[in-house]
Design a protein around this ligand. Sequence first.
Ligand SMILES: *Cc1c(COP(=O)(O)O)cnc(C)c1O
Length: 381
Amino acid sequence: MQPLGAQDDMISQRPVFVTEPHLPPLQEFIPYLEKLWASKRLTNGGPFHEQLEKELAAYLGVQHLSLFSNGTIALVTALQALRISGEVITTPYTFVATAHSLIWNNIKPVFVDVDPGTCNLDPARIEEAITPATTAILPVHCYGLPCDVDRIQRIADTYGLKVIYDAAHAFGVKQDGASILNHGDLSVLSFHATKVFNTFEGGAIICPDAKIKQRIDYLKNFGFADEVTVVAPGINGKMNEVSAAMGLLQLQHVDQALDTRAAIHRRYQDAFADVPSLRLLQAPAGLEWNHAYCPLFVGPDHPVSRDALYALLKKHGIHARRYFYPLVSSFPMYRGLPSAAPEHLPHAQALADQVICLPIYPTLRAEDQERLIGIILQTAR
Ligand SMILES: *Cc1c(COP(=O)(O)O)cnc(C)c1O
């Protein structure tokens, strides 16, 4: 699957990608499909959908959850559900969908710099970005490490703002035994193929109470409250039954997948522990992390630049990715905003210039991990 011309540069064997979708054994999925064929219930809140909403809420330790066709539509709908408008404070160090969800609601994103230690929105910089038009904060639990949820909530309470967490990376993450998905007004998950828990494509909104879940359920079904009543200009955001069935099966395998990710991450940690110019993220005490990503930050004092290291890995068939580079705020639809000025976002810019996400997924082979660790360590000498 090499692009034309890349063959000459290939030194090595099997290509290794930054991630690989987690798939349970196919034979375990067949019984679900047989049920589906028999019932002919393909979507619109079918039995798998209803069961997955209950099982996921229980597994994650949250009150209510509404399934979606993907995380982006869930983000767009979460903003609609709370009638967010005007300006929303968010992070530039994320996947583009975070900010795009604001534009789709005709909301102006206001970018605030991140804390370089966690890569998350820096609470100390939020207040200065608040204006009379600010209605909400949209932080991201980047790489699954929790935001400073207490400080963010205090600011939101002081200024009367809503908080919606983009928790696309934060499936299953717990702090001191409690889910981090219970903070703020709503949290949004993604079950895209590349995420820790996938339903091919999919997503969810975590809701604190049944009333807001009701409204979200209307919104994801065109605004239908019943057969003849449409209460809002809703969207089609429903999860189909094949995806919901996949979710039910994935739930049986996800703990094992999380354990394997943790072991792979530990190996990276050990390998780079003695190289001060290479930094991995540290999970705070009491965190049950999901190891969704393994970002490696290549310091300016490292003998080889981030981009040279990226190219070197590629030459060896290892396709690491620079998440999140370039910064969202640098894309054409955002760069004209005053808050998108690079001098306003120095920490986010530095992270984007230093980051390289290493392959981490349950089926990553030990010999491939050792091979890529060896390549990286050679650049440290
Ligand atoms: C993956 C992702 C999304 C989008 O989710 P989809 O399910 O792919 O639509 C949104 N925000 C972040 C931070 C993501 O990583």
